[in-house]
Write a protein that binds this ligand. Sequence first.
Ligand SMILES: Cc1ncc(COP(=O)(O)O)c(C=O)c1O
Length: 475
Amino acid sequence: MDHANDTLYLQIAERIAHPIRSGTLARGERIPSVRELARQQGVSLSTVVQAYRTLEDARLIEARPRSGYFVAARAPRPPEPEPSRPPADSQPVDVSSLGAQVMQLATDPRFLSFGAACPSGELFAQDRVRRAVSRAAQRHRATLCQYPIGPGNEQLRRAIARYAMGLGCQLDARELLVTNGCLEAISLCLRAVTQPGDVVALESPSYFGFLEILESMHLRALEIPTHPRTGLSLDALQLAFDTQPVKAVLAVPTLSNPIGASMPLAERKRLAQMVAERGIPLIEDVLYNDLAEQDDRRRAVKSFDTTGHVMVCGSFSKTVAPGIRLGWVEAGRWGAQVRRLKAVHSGGHTELLELAMADLLTQAGSESAYRQLRATIAARVDEARGLIAESFPRGTRVTDPAGGYILWVELPPGSDSLALFHACLAEHICFAPGTMFSATDRYRRCLRLGVGGRWDAEQRAGLRRIGELARAMLG
Ligand SMILES: Cc1ncc(COP(=O)(O)O)c(C=O)c1O
């Protein structure tokens, strides 16, 4: 086939596909007839026919007898991955340095990156954040020349306690500890309740930052089967409690990273009961709760905790301002140990930033800012799933998370996401290969794609290119 015509019909197809994916052309809406479009675009009828055939194959449009062409009632979406099936035994953790490489490339302007699990700057209310910081600097000049001692600025702890009511939790500000992001909160909790060699149960696949912490503390990972929609299998966790010396559970019940699962409300309650019955601490990461689309998925397991076995950890890195680098923990019955560990290991924070964060949390409009963020990223995730459906190999599976900006893609049998990773790096495209998310040699066919970063024509082309390379590698 003639190459110029080959790309022309694809260009025409893309001119229709783009407004469908972005929602400008709504589902079921009529699109121009072949004749109309040929005239509008100044191309031949056969080019438009070919373009429409491509759009039909991608299930973006459909022909209705004697009526013309319409935007398909539902955009094509690949199936979701099956629940994970990790081994039943715990493993020592020895993760590679891939995580550091992926994170470094996420900020390298020469790369199109799908590596980071964080929104890009323009998705945050940057001006509001800057104003809060300069207001704090004006009003609290003395704090920079004073040692910050204790569990964190009281105003901020009160603001966090109020904020946590939105997660269904009644927390006492005196029991809250301000931390350096969510990761420090989690490290402190693990340190308080485990010894080297202990077994920690967690989702599979799980956030590589958790695996790195376990490795640094010489803890063993017991990966628990996890469903891409509903999260940790509580039956599997119960079995693990019965057969393995589990010392702690580390879970992200809302929008777990990387599969974006969110536990149903009844399961959250059951999890709180299970850990209370066994006396096993649950370290609950609520970092992504504000990004969940459904209200009941925003409610923390901690809200069902009546015995103090849930240690709840959060931060504002994904919703307010990652650069302020503040998180928090309410560690239940281990509160005193966690506070002591924090004082010994890192002490307090820049109080100015704590005051700015307290200001930001208590300003009117936070909820509408979260709503706006959720809507923007939902449209983007939908578009990215559509691009994956069109350009990745047949048989690819992809998650359909109810919020957040992370997609977990499972390529068809015979694929190797690590080889794909290297092929993409050679073209200055980066993503997180699946093997980063397990202490075992699993998920070699998987990749995590973060679509919260830059989002423009080049980035979309980068996503398609990953799919093309994956197809080419499969032959
Ligand atoms: C599940 C999860 N917990 C914690 C973190 C780190 O949070 P922070 O930046 O607040 O330390 C991340 C970052 O991606 C994450 O995905």
